[in-house]
Design a protein around this ligand. Structure first.
Ligand code: PLP
Length: 389
């Protein structure tokens, strides 16, 4: 990411052309505009086919499949590590970001009175994992903080002498912005704080996911890296690897990180094994081109929504495939109101888009992915005034 933050009010950009061959790579319901790739991702057809072939192989000879699984997983892990520029012994396949948070937190030797710093942009399942382990201290980050420096200063001002861990989003879910910048991570490390970074949105969306050098970092492959659902990665700095233990001990529990974390006895490993297919596809399409295209689509969507009276574009991080805007007061103050509005828009308009709750009106987030067409954002912009008036 170059120029990490940029001014709030985006100028209307020209609509990007449809990504050549992009929509045909997916089998999404054509009646629906899918503008919410960030929540669950979507699996491209070649990756679905690769996983289906692996499942057929498994069911044709289960003994052979499971006996050879560990070595094949190690091979797939090496492929993922190459994509990240990571040490293959320093990452493990895991099921999802939520699991990554729990594994990382369990590897921290907490003492009585230790605190975990989180922010109010943190993802619910991840914050819940923290709350189970120690007292959490929630730093409020005003969504309209202008830039990365303001975010960094606010987080650092929230430290207390008892802060043992800072558990931060790499890219936040509701507000779609960079929080755990390399500079903030370095400042936290210099203060002796253990850093755990939630990179759920980062693989596939950010060029160099591990550049920040966190103690623990986890990210989903099933959002932006085109992998099957249930594919994610936990990266652990060398000094912490010896303390990472599987949440459920299984075969290889004594073998240490990463194998002990990956062995789940009889489980469906086909998602991890097909994950390299997703990275191959991303690289075949040209990852930099995909990122630029998706960011341009999200910017186009945000610019259109920004013209609706009462909607306020938020400061954003350049180059990301998600953009957020604040909604007018009263629109989505609570999780229930946000969910109800999101479901009404889906049911009545056939448009899937994230509405997030926030005191003072909530927000809306649009995503860009190679299957999207500019007219889908235009359709959302045309109907949204009827929901936020
Ligand atoms: C920032 C963030 N963290 C964690 C998660 C949880 O991911 P998963 O459901 O794969 O555990 C999400 C999901 O959207 C997210 O946006």
């Amino acid at each position: 990411m170059t120029d990490p933050t940029a001014p709030a009010a985006p100028l209307r950009s020209a609509a990007p052309a449809v990504f050549p061959g992009g929509p045909g790579l997916f089998r999404l319901d054509p009646e629906t505009a899918h503008l919410n790739h960030g929540s669950f991702g979507a699996v491209p057809l070649p990756v679905q086919e690769a996983q289906a072939a692996l499942r057929a192989e498994l069911h044709a000879d289960p003994d052979a499949f499971f006996i050879g699984a560990a070595d094949r997983i190690a091979g797939a892990r090496a492929r993922v590590a190459r994509h990240f520029g990571a040490d293959p012994d320093g990452i493990a396949f895991i099921g999802n970001a939520t699991e990554g948070a729990n594994l990382a937190l369990d590897a921290v030797p907490f003492a009585d009175g230790d605190e975990i710093l989180v922010t109010d942009h943190g993802y619910g399942t991840v914050v819940a994992a923290a709350a189970r382990r120690a007292r959490i201290d929630t730093v409020a980050l005003d969504p309209s903080l202008p830039d990365e420096d303001a975010v960094r200063e606010t987080v650092l001002a929230g430290l207390t002498p008892r802060t043992k861990v800072a558990l931060l989003d790499h890219i936040s879910s509701p507000t779609a912005r960079l929080i755990a910048s390399p500079r903030l991570l370095a400042d936290l490390a210099a203060r002796g704080v253990t850093t755990i970074v939630d990179g759920a949105h980062v693989p596939g969306m950010v060029a160099d996911p591990l550049a920040g050098g966190a103690d623990f970092w986890f990210g989903n492959l099933h959002k932006w890296a085109y992998a099957p659902s249930g594919s994610a990665v936990l990266a652990v700095a060398p000094g912490h690897r010896g303390r990472v233990r599987a949440l459920v001990p299984s075969w290889e529990d004594g073998d240490g990180f990463p194998r002990s974390v990956e062995n789940r006895a009889t489980a469906d490993y086909t998602g991890w094994l097909a994950a390299p297919e997703g990275l191959d596809l991303l690289e075949r399409l040209d990852a930099a081109k995909v990122r630029a295209h998706n960011a341009a689509l999200a910017a186009h969507g945000a610019a259109l929504l920004g013209e609706i009276p009462g909607l306020t574009p938020l400061p954003y991080t350049e180059g990301l495939a998600m953009r957020s805007l604040r909604l007018p007061p009263g629109t989505a103050e609570t999780p229930e109101a946000a969910r109800a509005l999101r479901e009404r828009i889906a049911a009545e308009q056939g448009i899937r888009v994230l509405v997030w709750p926030w005191p003072g009106g909530g927000g809306i987030r649009v995503c860009g992915q190679v299957y999207n067409r500019p007219e889908e954002y235009e359709r959302l912009a045309a109907v949204l005034p009827g929901y936020v008036g």
